[in-house]
Design a protein around this ligand. Structure first.
Ligand code: HEM
Ligand SMILES: *[C@@H]1O[C@H](CO)[C@@H](O)[C@H](O)[C@H]1NC(C)=O
Ligand SMILES: *[C@@H]1O[C@H](CO)[C@@H](O)[C@H](O)[C@H]1NC(C)=O
Length: 496
């Protein structure tokens, strides 16, 4: 057979497969949203979406309006583009559910058996009830302990820096936040090398995290190099035999352990895998979010000055010294009163959040929206909100690409009025998801970031001297906070 014949055969096979797919592919039924299939079998519009989701979705919105269905990698995803309609998605939790999606994603990436199985009655509910330890008094205790731990780590690492020192900003944020968050939640190994134990866990965490988005995208772990071994090592950290000797465990984690103890069918490995999942959730987004908060402040000296002033004022008015080495304690009310710092954090979250909110249609149903607008959806279809489009909408946010430290401040108070089409938006900033999928750790996360920035600015003069602009890494799109596409040098020196 000549080369041409082989080529011809291959072409004929491809055409036949394509024709088969074209015959079977979904067609729009009356009442359904406009359907965008794409011509590539299976992948559909996945490549266009991946290249630049916001641009892609906006171009479809121009053509098809606020609601349309896109075929992406074997799924039919109905996007709700208008933020005034977001509430209809979160309100419709009877038909549009989150837990099935979350469970399948988490059990696969973190290697535990699905919590929705009959073997584990009420496990999902019990795990969710445990999140109350991220609110109220337990939250205050967590924040207090976080502050103590952060100060301890800052002092240990940097007590000798009287002259300018150079470091990498992401690496710095990552090591301080990882260790402080970890010991605040899980306690610490009291042995002499306790610090190195955490260091080793952090190293593995960084490696796992680098391939997390591939795992989440359903790529078999066997294809991801050392990821499988690393995940196993990380899970083993949380086996009872390892954690039994740790001291200073938070109420939250103690109670979480008790929840799993009630399920004899969970093996020690399964329980440890659950703890690992929570550990990832507690630092996986907080670390990059902290990086971006600091990065934007350092890139905008006038913003940095405003925030630093606010912090210095608070310390002064509460009679606390702002010398390096001094101990600082702030109550919840005091932390809440830092509106410029909070606005700075919110502004950086607006710029770097890439999370997508997903729900799955539980049955065929007619999704009723504003007025008499309605669309039919099929069982198993996904409904998605993609907040990054909202976060960059020039109608909601003036000059959306610009970092404005006081964007969320109005007359010295929190600004909560943002409008679209002349109407006040209920949802205008959504780094933590919405409705039933809203992040239970959001209050603690914001406190952690505030405490980090406060200590950094109280202890040090900090500068970025490199010119380069940092962009976002594309792999995380859809999942929480974007990672920076590279690290950047910064200098710091103890404040006189
Ligand atoms: C800036 C930091 C953080 C961001 C941006 C963030 C964002 C999110 C988002 C978007 C979700 C929903 C996931 C989805 O819709 O698929 C989520 C879930 C979750 N987050 Fe966070 N998070 C942060 C920090 C934290 C912290 C500090 C904790 C715990 C201490 C935490 C614990 C969780 C947990 C346990 C879930 C799963 C909730 C469930 O079971 O339904 N997060 N987070
Ligand atoms: C991540 O996955 C890639 C393959 O996509 C692999 O080459 C690499 O070794 C993995 N990283 C780690 C730390 O295992
Ligand atoms: C920051 O955003 C959160 C929601 O993510 C909101 O609850 C809080 O009030 C905002 N703070 C300011 C100062 O806008």
């Amino acid at each position: 057979m000549g080369l041409l014949d082989i080529f011809g055969l291959a072409l004929a096979t491809a055409l036949a497969l394509w024709a088969l797919w074209a015959l079977r592919r979904r067609r729009r039924r009356t009442g359904e949203p406009p359907l965008v299939n794409g011509w590539i079998p299976f992948l559909g519009k996945a490549l266009d979406f991946r290249k630049d989701p916001s641009k892609f979705l906006l171009s479809l919105q121009q053509k098809y309006g606020d609601i349309f269905t896109v075929h992406i990698a074997g799924r039919y995803i109905t996007f709700i583009m208008n933020p005034l309609l977001y509430g209809f998605v979160t309100k419709n939790s009877k038909y549009l559910e989150f837990k099935e999606f979350a469970d399948s994603l988490a059990s696969r990436t973190f290697d535990y058996p699905s919590v929705l199985k009959e073997d584990f009655p009420d496990l999902n509910e019990n795990v969710h009830r445990n999140y109350q330890y991220l609110l109220g008094k337990p939250l205050d205790t967590l924040s207090d302990n976080m502050m103590t731990n952060l100060q301890w780590i800052f002092k240990r690492q940097f007590s000798q820096t009287t002259d300018w020192k150079v470091g990498k900003l992401y690496k710095f944020c990552c090591s301080v936040m990882f260790e402080a968050s970890f010991i605040t939640l899980y306690g610490r190994d009291p042995s002499a090398d306790g610090h190195n134990v955490i260091g080793a866990i952090e190293e593995n965490f960084i490696k796992f995290d680098a391939n997390f988005s591939y795992l989440a995208a359903n790529i078999p772990i066997e294809l991801l190099g050392a990821t499988k071994r690393i995940r196993k090592e990380l899970i083993h950290v949380f086996l009872p035999t390892s954690t039994a000797k740790w001291l200073g465990v938070s109420e939250l984690i103690e109670a979480r352990k008790e929840v799993f103890e009630r399920y004899e069918v969970l093996s020690d490995y399964d329980k440890a895998a659950h703890h690992f999942a929570f550990m990832w959730a507690s630092v996986g987004n907080t670390i990059p979010a902290t990086f971006w908060a600091v990065y934007y402040l350092l890139r905008h000296p006038e913003a940095l000055a405003v925030v630093r002033d606010e912090i210095d004022h608070l310390l002064q008015s509460t009679g606390q010294e702002r010398r390096p080495g001094c101990n600082i304690r702030l109550t919840r009310e005091q932390l809440d009163s830092l509106v410029y710092l909070e606005s700075a954090i919110n502004e950086s979250l607006r710029m770097c959040s890439v999370s997508m909110n997903i729900r799955i249609a539980q049955e065929d149903f007619i999704f009723k929206l504003e007025g008499n607008q309605e669309v039919s959806l099929r069982k198993g279809d996904w409904v998605a909100i993609y907040p990054p489009v909202l976060h960059m909408d020039p109608e909601v946010y003036e000059d959306p690409k610009e970092y404005k430290v006081d964007r969320y401040v109005e007359n010295g108070k929190k600004r909560t009025t943002f409008q679209k089409q002349g109407k006040k938006l209920k949802y205008f900033l959504m780094p933590f998801g919405s409705g039933s999928s809203k992040c239970p750790g959001r209050f603690f996360a914001v406190n952690e970031m505030k405490l980090f920035v406060i200590l950094l600015l109280v202890y040090f003069d900090v500068e970025i001297r490199e010119e380069k602009q940092i962009g976002v890494e594309k792999n995380r799109l859809g999942l929480g906070i974007a990672l920076p596409d590279s690290d950047i040098s910064f200098s710091y020196k103890l404040r006189p």
